[in-house]
Ligand binder design. Structure first.
Ligand SMILES: Cc1cc2nc3c(=O)[nH]c(=O)nc-3n(C[C@H](O)[C@H](O)[C@H](O)COP(=O)(O)OP(=O)(O)OC[C@H]3O[C@@H](n4cnc5c(N)ncnc54)[C@H](O)[C@@H]3O)c2cc1C
Length: 380
């Protein structure tokens, strides 16, 4: 009997967990050993970060212990990868151990690089992790009017619609508190429109206009001056604020750059259809860790895992798998009171914007439950 193939997955977030659980469902443990190495004790459902600052969700329901999210037969090792050697098929770990693999899947996500923007730390707020969302809830509580400036500081960042979704919710929150007429909301965006995709940008712009939200396009944040409360763009525009909510600059993991799998950005170039790294047919990257020109989203990780788990399962059992990953992404965003919009698109198919519905709202509202019970488990 042949030895089981060892599939090592680095990263215990959305991509790593879905990938491991899907592959476990498709392969027998006699033919595949699945090992996940990750350094997060808790798994946080990040989309809830948009709601937590407005106290629309209790954070306790957005967090689960990572270890218990893996299906039976997935080995989970709490450790951190410190180096990858693709020529030797080994991964070094912080514990001092190392591990070999037959297949390596890199799903280490990305990180915030606050130092990219002088003045960011201690002055700008955000909702991109649990701690900062909770802090923002307290800050909004004591906010009684003034000028709020919101936006992504640069591209790429996770979940491209999240900043405009937050802005719609902020507008409603301020109206509900009766202080919208005492508040100016300014939205900044790095490109020459308010979103990457033109039809979505036009749609969001119209909703912004209806709600009196002022926009500043071609705004890539260069620096923040907390003394005179000004944020300055690389393009040379200064905007004053009372409260600054800026998505921090994102980068891939330093360990990836140190391992020479990527340049300074830390994002790994992979084949856009096969998700493989360079000429290696045993090294892949999925989720936010890649340099693919698509949304950094849990939904992307989900579609990528579906493709890759099927491909590896077919290969291991000696069958041919002809499918490819075609850049599929789906993303549901709340657009206002009781309504949401789902964008579904791929490399060749642009999203259809403009359709808002109550069904989409319900889909979004229950998404943490669906995520933990179905999506992460590899059932969906
Ligand atoms: C505010 C917000 C709202 C969002 N809304 C949506 C939404 O509505 N829909 C949607 O689809 N997506 C949304 N996203 C994006 C989505 O959460 C991410 O795209 C998704 O989590 C990416 O999954 P990932 O596994 O690639 O990265 P992550 O989930 O970040 O996981 C990476 C994991 O790797 C671990 N790791 C890192 N380095 C190492 C190492 N060296 N060794 C071992 N482990 C390591 C980390 O601890 C982490 O657990 C949102 C994100 C945010 C911040």
């Amino acid at each position: 009997m042949l030895a089981a193939k060892k599939v090592v997955i680095l990263g215990d977030g959305a991509a790593g967990t879905i990938m491991a659980n899907k592959l476990r469902m498709l392969t027998h443990s006699s033919e595949t050993r699945i090992v996940v190495i990750g350094n997060s004790k808790k798994h946080y459902f990040k989309p809830d970060g948009v709601h937590i600052p407005f106290k629309l969700k209790r954070y306790q329901n957005s967090v689960k212990p990572t270890r218990f999210l893996f299906n039976y037969g997935v080995e989970y090792i709490f450790d951190e990868a410190t180096g990858i050697d693709v020529s030797q098929r080994t991964v070094r770990l912080k514990s001092g151990n190392s591990t070999s693999y037959d297949y390596l899947i890199i799903a280490t996500g990305d990180r915030f690089d606050y130092n990219e923007i002088p003045g960011y730390i201690g002055e700008a707020r955000h909702f991109y992790d649990l701690q900062h969302s909770l802090e923002l809830a307290n800050i909004l509580d004591s906010f009684n009017g003034g000028k709020i400036v919101i936006g992504p500081s640069s591209i790429p960042y996770q979940c491209p619609p999240a900043p405009y979704e937050f802005t719609f919710l902020l507008d409603k929150y301020l109206r509900d508190r009766g202080i919208r007429d005492k508040t100016e909301i300014h939205y900044t965006f790095p490109l020459n429109r308010v979103f990457t995709m033109e039809n979505v940008a036009n749609f969001v712009n119209r909703l912004f206009d209806e709600r009196g939200i002022i926009t500043h396009t071609l705004f890539n944040v260069e620096s923040i001056n907390g003394l005179n409360k000004t944020v300055t763009s690389i393009e040379g525009e200064d905007v004053k604020y009372d409260l600054l909510i800026m998505v921090p600059p994102h980068k891939g993991q330093k360990m990836i750059t140190d391992s020479e799998l990527a340049g300074p950005s830390g994002y790994i170039d992979v084949d856009r259809h096969k998700l493989s790294y360079k000429d290696y047919d045993d090294v892949f990257a999925i989720g936010d860790a890649t340099n693919l020109p698509i949304s950094k989203a849990g939904a992307t990780a989900h579609f990528e895992s579906e493709y890759l788990a099927n491909r590896i399962a077919h290969e291991i059992s000696g069958n041919v798998y002809d499918e490819t990953y075609n850049g599929e992404v789906a993303c549901t965003t709340i657009t206002g009171a009781g309504k949401a919009m789902t964008l579904y698109f791929s490399y060749d198919r642009p999203p259809r914007a403009e359709f808002q519905s109550k069904m989409d709202y319900l889909l979004k509202w229950t998404s943490a439950d669906t995520y933990f019970s179905g999506m992460l488990r590899g059932i969906m």
